[in-house]
Design a protein. Structure first.
Length: 119
């Protein structure tokens, strides 16, 4: 499966943004989709995944929501109340495992979309 992420941009703190990840050359419906992010100078970190129930990193819980549109074969990351620490390149990914937060368990990756939050 090939993944194409989009929806990043520059916003002010407190704003909302929704990222999209569309599948091609395959379907997300046989995978567990997730989102990761990598801030400048930091390692890539888990953000959210949805496989049955949703799972979130503590840093985004209550502000971000991940959901999947099976008809459009697209997964979304709805982000609210963004803060400066959310600035990063966001990657969508697909895993065969239902409950993994480990990037090494994700076999397909989108190209990344940049989210910049300013004060």
């Amino acid at each position: 499966v090939q993944l194409q992420a989009s929806g990043g941009g520059s916003v002010q703190a407190g704003a909302s943004l929704t990222l999209s990840c569309a599948a091609s050359e395959g379907t997300l419906n046989t995978y567990v989709p997730g989102w990761f992010r990598q801030a400048p100078g930091k390692e890539r970190e888990f953000v959210a995944r949805v496989g049955g129930s949703a799972d979130y990193a503590d840093s985004v819980k209550g502000r971000f929501a991940i959901y999947k549109d099976y008809d459009k074969d697209t997964v979304y990351l709805q982000m609210r109340n963004l803060n400066l620490e959310d600035t990063a390149v966001y990657y969508c990914a697909a895993s065969r495992y239902t409950n993994s937060r480990n990037a090494r368990d994700y076999v397909a990756w989108g190209q990344g979309t940049l989210v910049t939050v300013s004060s």
